[in-house]
Each structure stands twice: as structure tokens, then as C-alpha cells.
Design a protein around this ligand. Structure first.
Ligand SMILES: [Fe+2]
Length: 383
């Protein structure tokens, strides 16, 4: 096993009521003026005002950038950075799901390193830590509130840039399930399947280690047990809290073991057609694992066991097949579309999508490397 370095924010708060504690911690760290990066929906329903009040109670001033697109763009990063510089903010607070966190990372990284966000595409391209960033999560999840991954859409090239950089790790992550209760069913399902994808891709990753394995399998178990309940009743706070922990565990796993072709391919669909990340992952997940079965059937059998299936009398191939069937059933139960055709994906684009997927840093740790033709075949199977 190669040596591994483990990244995680230095302070992480999870559980009911931890949002207030977070504002207090920010004060103790001497922060005084925050740029809040969020989206229009969270601003309109008053969640942004609630956070501003909590900050104000700790004498922390704030201004708001609420222009974050669901797939945050290079323009979003530019606009947020301009506001940050205008107000001379000393920290960035991201409020939302993966999109505001990723946008905020881009802003905070440029605030200290300068240049253009495109300069940082790839792995550890920056020289300095970003401006202190506090990530308040409202979905469960992308886990972007605690990772060193930042995905920004380059509008000119219609691709998602993967920026994997230890310097974009927030200093504080906040997962208060009360902020997640308002999530609609579709978003709960999509973000929950994203978390399942993180756990499974990290578990079969070529960079997996005993720490990431433990996090990944526990995440798989908790998601299997709680995602259906969280989708069925958004006010089931036990299910919401379980999903908050599960997505965080999955984040610990993939932040350190990285991901695979599900994400590498989903990023292309998201960038090309502006589709929701979690839905793309959920549709691709069983097809990529079918491809991976040739090299990691026993690992997928472990995942089946973590999903609560009795695999004692199955061989590795049968265990992997049971895992893939259980993934499909969970996706179906939470209302994920059956195939890419339902998402208006076109076969004529497969060549471009596959070429870009093979360049995405997330695919480098897939347990088996694929050819261009094999990636095209997986896209075709997922239609
Ligand atoms: Fe993801």
C-alpha cells in the first residue's frame, strides 16, 4: 500500500444546534467581516438572514453573494471575488450545498493566490492557503463542506474543471440537520445518491486505505438505512441527522481515497448539459461498477454486505451482482430516472464526453483504467 496523507478540516461540527456554536467559534478566531456565498433560493427563504443575524450577534459583519449557479461557473467566482475585495472581507462563509461551497472555495483561493481560477485546474496547483473559509452545509451531500475538491464549470469550454487542492479545505465545517429539513424530495434523493457514490467509489478506489474503508462502509450502511426515510419525510430529523453523518463519512473516504469514473463521467454530463450532479452519478453508478466488477468483485461484495444483504453463500461475482442490484433498487425507490435518455443526453455527444472524462482527475483512481471506447460503451449502457 502506498503512503497516504489524510485531509479534513481542523474543526467539524455535526448535529442539531451546532450552527450557533459555529458563529461563536468564528468570533474566537478573530474573524470580523464575512463574504457569504450562497444562492437565490436560500436568500429568498430567509436562511441567509438567519446566518447574518447569528454572525452579527458575534460582532461579525457580512455581505452576500447569492448568484451561485447550481453548477458554479468561472463568472460566479469572478463576481464573488469582486464583492469580497470591495468589502475587504477577512473570511468566506459558504451557505448551501455543493455549489456555494465550490464557488466559495474558488473565491477564497483566488483571494490569496491571485490569477484566474483556470490556473488551478488539476492537483495542488496553488502556492498559499486560501482565505479562511467556513462551510455551512444545507444538503447531505456532496461533502464539499469538508473536502479539498472544488468543481467549477468553465462556461467557455462547457466543461467542469476539477480543482483538487489541499488549500481549498475549509477551516470549519458545519452540518446542522435543522438546515436540511427544508430540502425538497428530489434534492434529498440526488444528494443522498451522490454520497452513496462517494462511499462506493472511495471503497473500490486504487488509493483506498484502512481509514477510508471504515468510513466508506459505515457511510454505505447508514445511507441504505436512512435515505428512503429522509426522502419520504423531510421532517424525520433522525433520518436527516443520519444522512448528515453518512455523507460526512463518505466525504472523509473520498477526500482521501479520491473517486472514479462515475464522477469523471458525471462531471462531463453536468458541464455539457447543465444537469444535477447527484442524478448523473446515480444513473451512472451501477454501470461503472459493472465495468469495475472484473477487477474488484470482492470489494463490491463487501459493499453488498454493508447494504445489509446476506452474502455469506455468494461468490465474489454473485456478491458484486447483488451490490449492483441493491444500488439500482435504492435509486428507483428514491425516484432517480432510469437512464440518461430521460435526462436528454444524446449519443452523438459520447465521443466528446468520453474524451473529457478520461482527462478528469477523479478518474485516475478508478480500480481499472478504461479506453475511450470502453467509456463510450458505459455511457451507451446507461442510456
Ligand atoms: Fe459527488
Amino acid at each position: 500500500m502506498a503512503a497516504s496523507t489524510f485531509f479534513i478540516p481542523s474543526v467539524n461540527m455535526i448535529g442539531s444546534g451546532c450552527l450557533e456554536e459555529a458563529a461563536n467559534t468564528m468570533k474566537q478566531q478573530g474573524l470580523g467581516y464575512a463574504l457569504i456565498v450562497t444562492d437565490k433560493v436560500l436568500n429568498n427563504i430567509g436562511v441567509v438572514a438567519q446566518v447574518q443575524q447569528l454572525l452579527a450577534a458575534q460582532q461579525i459583519e457580512s455581505c452576500v453573494y447569492d448568484g451561485t449557479h447550481p453548477n458554479p461557473t468561472t463568472l460566479n467566482v469572478k463576481q464573488g471575488l469582486a464583492l469580497l475585495q470591495e468589502h475587504r472581507c477577512d473570511c468566506v462563509v459558504s451557505l448551501g450545498g455543493g455549489s456555494p461551497h465550490d464557488c466559495a472555495k474558488g473565491i477564497a483561493l483566488l483571494a490569496t493566490n491571485g490569477g484566474d481560477i483556470k490556473d488551478y485546474e488539476g492537483v495542488d496547483r496553488s502556492a498559499k492557503p486560501q482565505l479562511p473559509m467556513i462551510a455551512i452545509n444545507t444538503t447531505a451531500g456532496t461533502a464539499s463542506e469538508m473536502t479539498r475538491f472544488c468543481i467549477i464549470t468553465d462556461e467557455a469550454r462547457h466543461i467542469k474543471m476539477a480543482i483538487v487542492d489541499k488549500h481549498v479545505t475549509p477551516i470549519l465545517s458545519v452540518n446542522d440537520p435543522h438546515l436540511m429539513a427544508g430540502m425538497p424530495k428530489g434534492l434529498t434523493a440526488a444528494t443522498g445518491m451522490d454520497a452513496l457514490t462517494h462511499a462506493i467509489e472511495a471503497y473500490v478506489s486504487s488509493a483506498a486505505n484502512p481509514i477510508t474503508d471504515a468510513c466508506a462502509l459505515k457511510a454505505v450502511t447508514m445511507i441504505t438505512e436512512s435515505l428512503r426515510d429522509a426522502v419520504a419525510d423531510g421532517n424525520n430529523m433522525q433520518a436527516r441527522e443520519n444522512m448528515a453523518y453518512a455523507q460526512f463519512l463518505a466525504g472523509m473516504a473520498f477526500n482521501n481515497a479520491s473517486l472514479g469514473y462515475v464522477h469523471a463521467m458525471a462531471h462531463q454530463l453536468g458541464g455539457f448539459y447543465d444537469l444535477p450532479h447527484g442524478v448523473c452519478n446515480a444513473v451512472l453508478l451501477p454501470h461503472v461498477q459493472e465495468f469495475n466488477t472484473s477487477v474488484c468483485a470482492s470489494r463490491l461484495k463487501d459493499v453488498a454486505a454493508a447494504m445489509g444483504l446476506d452474502v455469506t453463500h455468494l461468490n465474489d461475482q454473485q456478491g458484486a451482482a447483488a451490490c449492483i442490484a441493491a444500488i439500482r433498487l435504492l435509486a428507483q425507490d428514491v425516484g432517480i430516472p432510469a437512464g440518461l435518455r430521460d435526462l436528454k443526453v444524446k449519443e452523438q455527444d459520447f465521443d466528446t464526453l468520453a474524451a473529457n472524462a478520461l482527462k478528469d482527475a477523479c478518474g485516475f483512481t478508478n480500480p481499472i483504467q478504461a479506453t475511450h471506447e470502453q467509456i463510450v460503451a458505459i455511457f451507451r449502457a446507461a442510456m
